[in-house]
Design a protein around this ligand. Structure first.
Ligand SMILES: [Fe+2]
Length: 274
């Protein structure tokens, strides 16, 4: 990764080509992205009542906080309006709507300090989504719902774009995860014992890149990009939305991230070392 494109007019084909080379695209808040952000806020504020959602963790026992998220998150994720808003946003940002498939959006909460780092506010260790069975052509879309700071951001680790990183993906079974582990998230309050693919060698987390952008803006990066949750020391809960897209033809032709010289193909041969 050497370039961050801001409010680019690139076509989706060119954008994907560059995303597959490890570049990043950032779009300022616009009506279609703002609408998704506003809807996430509406449900979130409904759920937290009179409390400011970004400060609620300082006023609630963690079990109560988790109970609120356990109700809120699936409501947002599976709400028909979330899907309509994402479709509108993808069309507005130049995606080919015949070819573009998206996963339901996740609502993420990264709590300040040690309050909650597991289950419904999982603090992600450095990982590539491709370790979690994502195809090499998967694009991640990340959108903040409220203002956040560098010390509550997500970090990208671009030096690993072309560098293999030994990891535990050989142990990970996406079908099993969906069947058994995902719905247990709310039970993991103090620790998270669900098996996830992790680096199996030391990771140099610096240099890293943190993109800090206003609510309603959105940035895109490849699923092969190494990324992690920054330990939140901002004093506030970071609340964000992310979802993934895949272009049908790219998936069929096994086109995708150029990082690590064709990670999608390599995964089949030697899972666990890429
Ligand atoms: Fe991820």
């Amino acid at each position: 990764m050497n370039t961050i494109y801001l409010d680019s007019n690139d076509s989706d084909d060119l954008r994907r080509q560059r995303l597959y080379q490890g570049q990043v695209y950032v779009y300022s808040s616009r009506p279609s992205t703002r609408a998704l952000c506003d809807f996430a806020r509406e449900l979130t504020e409904e759920a937290f009542g009179s409390l400011n959602p970004c400060e609620a963790q300082h006023h609630l026992p963690v079990e109560k906080f988790v109970a609120i998220l356990a109700d809120l998150k699936p409501r947002f994720i599976h709400h028909p309006r979330s899907k309509v808003l994402i479709q509108a946003m993808l069309a507005d940002l130049g995606c080919d709507m015949e070819q573009t498939y998206f996963d339901v959006p996740r609502l993420r909460t990264a709590a300040d300090g040690d309050y909650l780092k597991s289950g419904l506010a999982y603090a992600f260790h450095p990982h590539r989504d491709t370790w979690y069975s994502a195809p090499a052509c998967q694009i991640n879309w990340w959108l903040p719902v409220y203002e956040f700071a560098s010390d509550s951001a997500m970090a990208l680790h671009p030096p690993y774009w072309d560098k293999p990183l030994k990891n535990g993906s050989r142990e990970y079974d996406y079908g099993r995860w969906n069947a058994e582990s995902r719905h247990q998230a709310a039970q993991h309050v103090k620790t998270d014992t669900r098996r996830q693919p992790r680096p199996e060698e030391p990771v140099q987390v610096d240099p890293q890149v943190r993109i800090v952008c206003p609510p309603g803006s959105v940035y895109l990066f490849s699923a092969a990009q190494l990324h992690s949750t920054v330990p939140n020391t901002s004093g506030k809960t970071r609340i964000s939305v992310d979802f993934r897209t895949v272009i049908r033809n790219d998936a069929a032709e096994v086109v995708g991230a150029a990082g690590e010289r064709g990670i999608g193909l390599c995964l089949k041969k030697s899972a666990g070392t890429r």
